[in-house]
Design a protein around this ligand. Structure first.
Ligand code: NAG
Ligand code: NAG
Ligand code: NAG
Ligand code: NAG
Ligand code: NAG
Ligand code: NAG
Ligand code: NAG
Ligand code: NAG
Ligand code: NAG
Ligand code: NAG
Ligand code: NAG
Ligand code: NAG
Length: 678
């Protein structure tokens, strides 16, 4: 029965008492015998018992999960202890070290602490870091004579250097805006660097000696030049900075922990709020800005891209007219097309927009023509002049500038064959004041031709001068019949489509603007129109580049000489006979009529043809000739032939025109050409 009165005793005092070197027992006891005597609690649970109670009511307090922030709970029988992960502290790990912000809104910030006790040769620096910067000074240890430890960011990686000599650079970058735990350990003449639990490397070092009175600089130093040597002032946040077991507290000073005192602090703020990165509207082209810590993202509207939506995929928005090809530029887009030039009235003119700043040192274009002599591009301003032309079939450029020798350069091969040819002209030394010019035809670099003399650039075309394309000037003659691709001057296009032809504004700074009244004819419609000969019936074909003209053989007409010209079909000769004569007709007029169409009555006896003094007699529709004695015929041209009078007494008769009488038959023997009885 005594054994049944079990002594169950809770000992719940913890920690050693001042006079006992060992920690006190915590737990339960029962069946305690002293000198073979069972000690029941009633015997001694009296005034001398402290923190002891009957029973054995143990409950694991750690089951309540009291430790916050992933603190590790330690069961202490009647109580618990939390082992807090950094940066948390406090009974239940509920307290977090105040995070400290450096470089808020790009200010220059730094802090300094004083080391108050010698640390000896072992050194451990640890802290939480959060940044998006690739460069910046993190920490410096200095004594009165030197800065013997530097810690900074280089390419987003923590780098540490001891004694201005041995250094270590982390392998993993930490500039991603996330929180990283960084640790530097110096012990046993080795220095090691850790990011989170990962060792980034170690290196043998000479001894370090951190002494009382040394200074710890954080985030930068007073002197900005010294700071800039290590990448400038740090921007980001630091939390729970410790050197060995000492805290370096910027805010919310906790005196229960051992720390180094803060000496000075500038532009450092509590918390870790990022900059208001959207306040400056960094997203372009209507992108929506979302603030992230010390950063922003842009939600770009369709067809735009890039971190700031700065890249508009212009060409996907189809800004160019059909017939032309869209090309993306660094800034904006341009429409490239071919254009057909016919005559003086298709010459185009351009002007720079006043914002062209680059040096214009080259000129390139594609050409197609059959003309052997024609201007392609021309501009002049004061004494400066440039003309690109085709002369005798060869490409020819002339560049004049006062004070500089005139450049003339000519191709060796003809381009007047109706095929496309590319022409590139450029200064051999584009950055020079003057240089030779080079002509490359059809990309044949090895056939390049270089001018004898050195000329200047084409910068005079940048502003305030008309640049003519397709001729010397409107109505100046010598105009191009053929096609040109888009001409580029210094890489800037002379576009064929004006601002009203494109669907989106051109945003590039440097532009040439078309100032012609006539819009160009887009596309190149210049087929070899005379092959095979389209002109029929012997017509001759004349090549008008994209058109032809037939010169038809006589009697034929129409665009292709396909119509027979029966010019008499409409009976144009009123009083006469019609006959075809080429593309026209001739009328043979009846007597009494004259004029091209025999429609004019004439005095019939004017210019009458009665010969031998025959008298003209007006008749109703013709005239008659009254012949003199010995002549006869309508025009009295025929001499009268003798008349024989034949007969006997009974009968007489006459034979005319030299006919002889035949008495027998009382008739006449007629001469040739006459018949009849008489
Ligand atoms: C605080 O930052 C601002 C902005 O960078 C700077 O002009 C100023 O000098 C800084 N203050 C100190 C004491 O360095
Ligand atoms: C330095 O650290 C090493 C191991 O890390 C240790 O053995 C040594 O006792 C430490 N020295 C001091 C003075 O703390
Ligand atoms: C400063 O530190 C360096 C390197 O640890 C040491 O060589 C030098 O003696 C120290 N100077 C003073 C005055 O403590
Ligand atoms: C211009 O003509 C050439 C040759 O026919 C052709 O290859 C090119 O695509 C044309 N350019 C445009 C923008 O139509
Ligand atoms: C130029 O050619 C166009 C198209 O063929 C034509 O309409 C125009 O009349 C011509 N102009 C001149 C001056 O020949
Ligand atoms: C433009 O040309 C001048 C000489 O004419 C030269 O000094 C300058 O560097 C050039 N600029 C560029 C951007 O090439
Ligand atoms: C023409 O000049 C521009 C501007 O100087 C340059 O960017 C471009 O590369 C040059 N093009 C050629 C083909 O030399
Ligand atoms: C076409 O040819 C005819 C006959 O040779 C000529 O009269 C006419 O002027 C030509 N037209 C053109 C546009 O050359
Ligand atoms: C017209 O032709 C007819 C028939 O061929 C001919 O008889 C007549 O004399 C001619 N007239 C003229 C004026 O030639
Ligand atoms: C008429 O008689 C003469 C003289 O005898 C002769 O010369 C002439 O030929 C005759 N004419 C005809 C038509 O017989
Ligand atoms: C007017 C005229 O010359 N008459 C002549 C006609 O011919 C005869 C015979 O030849 C001549 O005697 C006439 O004089
Ligand atoms: C009947 C008649 O008149 N006969 C004449 C024919 O001609 C001769 C002479 O020419 C005359 O003598 C006849 O009288």
């Amino acid at each position: 029965s005594r054994a049944a009165r079990v002594a169950c005793l809770n000992y719940y005092s913890n920690g050693p008492s001042d006079d006992s070197p060992l920690p006190a027992f915590i737990g339960c006891m029962r069946d305690v015998f002293v000198d073979w005597q069972l000690i029941v609690p009633e015997n001694w649970l009296s005034d001398s018992a402290v923190n002891v109670s009957p029973g054995c009511s143990h409950r694991d307090r750690c089951l309540d999960v009291p430790c916050q922030n992933k603190g590790q709970c330690l069961n202490l029988w009647q109580s618990y202890q939390c082992r807090c992960p950094r940066p948390y502290e406090g009974q239940d790990c509920e307290e977090e070290h105040v995070t400290t912000r450096f470089g808020n809104e790009d200010s220059q910030s730094y802090a300094a602490f004083i080391v108050t006790n010698d640390l000896g040769h072992n050194l451990s620096i640890s802290l939480f870091l959060r940044t998006r910067r690739h460069y910046g000074l993190l920490l410096v240890l200095a004594n009165s004579s030197s800065q013997y430890l530097h810690m900074w960011l280089e390419d987003g990686k923590v780098t540490v250097q001891l004694n201005n000599f041995e250094s270590l650079k982390a392998e993993s970058a930490i500039d991603d805006g996330e929180v990283h735990f960084v640790r530097v350990e110096v012990a046993d003449d080795r220095m090691a660097l850790y990011v989170a639990a990962q060792k980034q490397g170690d290196v043998e070092v000479r001894a370090v000696n951190v002494q009382a009175g040394d200074t710890v600089y954080v985030g930068g130093m007073l002197e900005s030049w010294m700071t800039s040597v290590f990448g400038g002032y740090f921007k980001g946040c630091i939390q729970d900075l410790r050197i060995n077991d000492r805290r370096l507290q910027f805010f919310g000073l906790d005196t229960s922990v051992r720390s180094f005192p803060l000496e000075l602090m500038e532009n450092v703020t509590a918390g870790c709020t990022g900059d208001n990165t959207c306040s400056t509207n960094p997203c372009l082209n209507g992108g929506m800005c979302y603030s992230m810590w010390d950063d922003f993202t842009c939600t770009c509207p369709p067809k735009t891209a890039g971190r700031r939506c700065e890249e508009v995929r212009w060409c996907e928005l189809s800004p160019c007219p059909t017939d032309s090809e869209c090309k993306m530029l660094n800034q904006g887009y341009e429409c490239y097309s071919n254009a057909t030039f016919l005559n003086d009235s298709t010459v185009l003119s351009y002007r720079g927009n006043g914002h062209i700043s680059r040096n214009l040192t080259n000129l390139s274009l594609n050409l197609r023509t059959r003309k052997r002599n024609t201007a392609i591009l021309h501009a002049e301003k004061g004494s400066e002049l440039v003309t690109l032309s085709v002369q005798g079939g060869f490409v020819f450029m002339e560049l004049q500038k006062q004070g500089v020798s005139t450049v003339s350069i000519s191709s060796r091969t003809s381009v007047s064959d109706g095929e496309w040819h590319s022409i590139h002209l450029f200064m051999a030394v584009p950055w020079a004041q003057t240089s030779r010019w080079t002509l490359v035809l059809d990309e044949e670099i090895e056939e390049a031709i270089t001018s004898r003399s050195q000329g200047g650039n084409l910068n005079f075309l940048r502003q305030g001068v008309d640049i003519f394309v397709g001729g010397l000037a409107p109505d100046a003659g010598w105009s191009l019949t053929g096609c040109l691709g888009t001409v580029e001057l210094g890489g800037i296009a002379l576009p064929y489509s004006s601002s009203s032809d494109v669907n989106l504004p051109r945003v590039q700074e440097e532009q040439f603007i078309q100032t012609s009244l006539q819009p160009p004819l887009l596309g190149c419609s210049g087929a070899p129109v005379c092959e095979p000969n389209p002109c029929l019936n012997g017509g001759e074909c004349q090549d008008l580049f994209n058109n032809y003209n037939c010169s038809c053989a006589a009697g034929w007409a129409g665009r292709r000489c396909n119509f027979f010209t029966d010019t008499c079909a409409s009976s144009p000769c009123v009083h006469g006979n019609c006959s075809v004569n080429g593309l026209t007709y001739d009328c043979t007029c009846e007597f009494g009529y004259a004029g091209v169409d025999c429609d004019e009555e004439v005095d019939m006896c004017e210019n009458h043809l009665c010969a031998h003094g025959g008298t003209c007699l007006h008749g109703p529709d013709r005239y008659a000739c009254l012949c003199p004695e010995n002549f006869t015929g309508p025009l009295c041209k025929r001499p009268k032939l003798p008349v024989s009078v034949c007969g006997d007494d009974n009968r007489n008769y006459t034979c005319f025109n030299g006919g002889n009488c035949t008495d027998r038959e009382l008739s006449c023997d007629c001469p040739p050409g006459f018949i009849g009885h008489r």
